[in-house]
Ligand binder design. Structure first.
Ligand SMILES: Cc1ncc(COP(=O)(O)O)c(C=O)c1O
Length: 377
């Protein structure tokens, strides 16, 4: 068996998505900025994609800007908001993705922007009272708190956070890379200034994403060049990427409920099976919760195994792709910045399994059996 349980890192592209993209690599190669027919046809495909994305997220097409992915969209929002609105403080959490955290580091080092971290509890849950206190003290700030955590799966309640930000008249940005295409997002319902998406997290192509920028929140171009993306991002558009993103988001949204039900029952099955077979197994963050954690992510803490890298290597030998969710430098595991901030059993091995609609219960059983085998070896 060959099991891919690393879908929070990236998902396989869907065949129907690829089929939509291919004509734009073949005959539909025109430059969307050209005024002749070949160019105009391509431009109209881009605008059709923008409208599809906007309809799914319940916003205006003019509020969607295509980017090279989630990282660029986070950078575009945070850097240009802070610099242009002369914001002095970013309120965020220590368990955000590096796309946000390293952006904050850059702004702090280069522009002296203050970075304040909202308190989280031992499971990684954001303390809304502390957020409220930070908002009261820091009037000239922007809040950046992610929707779904890519390592432990914790879900933040965007509505509650947006209400608090609204009360204090503070700009709110959320890294929604792990939830776009997996959870319904209705931008009519939430007062938020920016969210981001990345196609390769919902069976679309890599290297394409978007920034939703609320019409009321104007910022300057992030990449200077031609007039593409209504002057906001110069450079010839990634046409097939854009077409692929909108098709992938459309397919994900059309079938969200059945896919969600399928993946959630797989996750529950894996939790039960791990609990039955592995004494002392635990789940990091809010991973075990059905409603406070992404149904696609399960972060498992396994006792009586010492070597994290060796464990992942053994999974790999058994054709199981999973992840530690941490970066490794020159042989020494620097550890996951997310797990370092929450309460975990330091002597356990911590592994993230992340699922997609293509995974099966048989695969989950195979993985649990292999974990037992590796553990008992
Ligand atoms: C929460 C989160 N934010 C941002 C990113 C970066 O997205 P991209 O790979 O499109 O730059 C990822 C992808 O790993 C992610 O999981």
């Amino acid at each position: 068996m060959n099991v891919y349980f690393d879908n929070a890192a990236t998902t396989p592209i869907e065949k129907k998505v690829l089929d939509k993209m291919l004509p734009f690599m073949e005959d539909g190669f025109g430059n969307p900025s050209s005024i002749h027919k070949r160019g105009r046809e391509i431009k109209s495909a881009i605008e059709k994609s923008r409208t599809m994305v906007a309809e799914i997220l319940c916003c205006e097409p003019g509020e969607i800007f295509f980017t090279s992915g989630g990282t660029e969209a986070d950078n575009m929002f945070l850097i240009n908001t802070v610099l242009e609105k002369k914001i002095d403080t970013i309120i965020t959490s220590k368990i955000e993705h590096h796309a946000v955290l390293h952006c904050c580091d850059f702004l702090n080092k280069s522009y002296n922007t203050n970075i304040k971290h909202v308190k989280i509890d031992e499971k990684g849950k954001v303390d809304l009272e502390d957020l409220n206190a930070l908002l009261k003290k820091n009037k000239n700030s922007v809040v950046s708190l992610m929707h779904g955590n890519n390592e432990i799966g914790n879900i933040n309640d965007l509505k509650s956070i947006s209400k608090l930000c609204d009360q204090h008249n503070i700009v709110f940005h959320s890294d929604t890379v792990q939830t776009v295409g997996h959870y319904p997002i209705n931008l009519n319902d939430i007062n938020i200034h920016g969210i981001v998406g990345s196609a390769h997290k919902f069976h679309g192509p890599k290297g394409i994403g978007f920034l939703y920028l609320n019409n009321k929140h104007k910022i300057s171009p992030f990449i200077h060049g031609g007039a593409q993306e209504r002057n906001m991002r110069g450079g010839t558009e990634n046409v097939y990427g854009i077409v692929g993103l909108s098709e992938a988001l459309y397919l994900a949204s059309e079938n969200m409920k059945p896919h969600r039900d399928k993946i959630l029952s797989l996750k529950k099955h894996m939790i039960d099976s791990l609990k039955n077979k592995i004494k002392g197994v635990e789940f990091n963050g809010l991973s075990e919760s059905a409603d406070q954690s992404l149904y696609t992510v399960l972060n498992v803490s396994i006792p009586d195994i010492q070597d994290q890298q060796m464990f992942l290597f053994n999974l790999d030998i058994n054709n199981i792709a999973a992840s530690a969710g941490s970066a490794c430098t020159s042989g020494s595991d620097s550890g996951s910045h997310v797990l370092n901030e929450i309460s975990i059993k330091k002597n356990n091995v911590n592994v993230r399994f992340s699922f997609s609609k293509y995974n099966t219960i048989e695969e989950a059983d195979y993985v649990v059996d292999k974990i037992l085998e590796i553990k008992n070896f």
